[in-house]
Structures are given as C-alpha cells and as structure tokens.
Write a protein that binds this ligand. Sequence first.
Ligand code: 6GU
Length: 227
Amino acid sequence: MRIDILTVVPKLLKSPLSDSIVQRAQDNEVVEIHVHDIRKWSTDKHKKVDDEPFGGIPGMVMTIQPILDAINELRSERSYDEIIYLTPDGETLKQGRVNQLSLANNLLMVCGHYKGIDQRLRDHVITMELSIGDYVLSGGELAAAVLTDAIVRLLPGAIGDEQSALTDSFQDQLLAPPVYTRPANYNGWEVPEILRSGDHAAIQNWMEQQAIERTKSKRPDLFEKDS
Ligand code: 6GU
C-alpha cells in the first residue's frame, strides 16, 4: 500500500509515523508513506495557502489552488482508491471502515487546518470525509496519523502473530478480554485460575465470555450498532 498525506504541518505527522508498528511496516516495505507540505505547490509569492472566508466570518480558509495542484500531480502518477478529507463533520471512523480501507492500493489524505478547506474541493475532488470522534482538533494531522496507524497495523506483515490483529477489540464487534502476564501472584493479586489450567478449549470459552461481559458493561451500544 501507498499512503500520501497533504498537510501544512508535516512535522505533526513525522513522529507518530516514525516509530513502532508503522515504522516497522515501512522498513519492511509493507507500506510507503509520503507526507507532503501543501506550501510546495502554492503559486503565491509568499507561499500562502489560506485566505479570508467569503461572507465576513472570522478565521481563515485553505485555498483551492495549492491543494488541487498537489492532488492533480499525485493522481497523474497513480490512481487513488480514495481521496480522504479529515474533518470533524465527516463520517465517524469505525473499525469496519478501517478494515475496508486496508484493502486499498493507494490512499490520499488531505489534512485541513484553520477553518478547513474551500467547500468546492470537497464537492469536486474529495471522495470520502472522515472524523475520528466528536471533539475538535486543531487540524486533521493527528486524525490522519490515527487513521494511518489503524490501517497499517492490519496490512499483511505489519504485525507478528504474537499480536494478531484478529484478537483486537472491535474486530468481532466485541471489546477484547482482559490479559495477564507473570507473575501469577503479585502480592496477593491472582491471575484467574482458568488461564493457568492449560485447557485451551476452556480458556477460549472463558475469553469469549469475558469479551461479551466486558462489552455489555462498558459498551452496550456495540451490540446494537454495526462497526
Ligand atoms: Cl478529522 N479533524 C479535526 N480538525 N478535528 C477532528 C477530527 C478531524 N476528528 C475529530 N475531531
């Protein structure tokens, strides 16, 4: 997979994508991630990328020219499965959407800043709009990092068997069961006996029951909605 990200603050994306599983996936050529500074495409002599909104409202809006030129250059080189705009008024991201996007070959993400991008870009070139939750971030960058991380960890070869993505919370509409490690008794805090029984069928059954109980008590809404 290849992921291109357009932003006016490339530095905000560097660190979250340069460690852990996402970095290892890049090292192993499971994914190529390219972060581009939108300013590079600005034809303005001061490299401006924003302007005042029509209608006399406060704030600044990202202009069409640099973003559209960037998108056109990138899509002349390859075709994108989706051109995703990260915005608080987009569809709320859920695991099902992440799973679907993990099957793409090329994704292009556009991070808005200030009051966002000119609506005409959303009307004519953006193919999907995603939010990561009902709260407002300063820009789409951290949301793009969240989306990228969620996608990349699903790619074949990104994570080892020891942390299989199939046992994650949400992957089967359930939260993950509790986990324990050594020592079995820490100052009187005991690991559940069943996990030490060696009875794999019983352990599997216990974990499923725990997942169901946990979901019922923490997130009953998950039983009603799809992901
Ligand atoms: Cl995608 N962008 C911004 N600016 N804020 C958000 C968001 C995105 N998702 C939740 N809050």
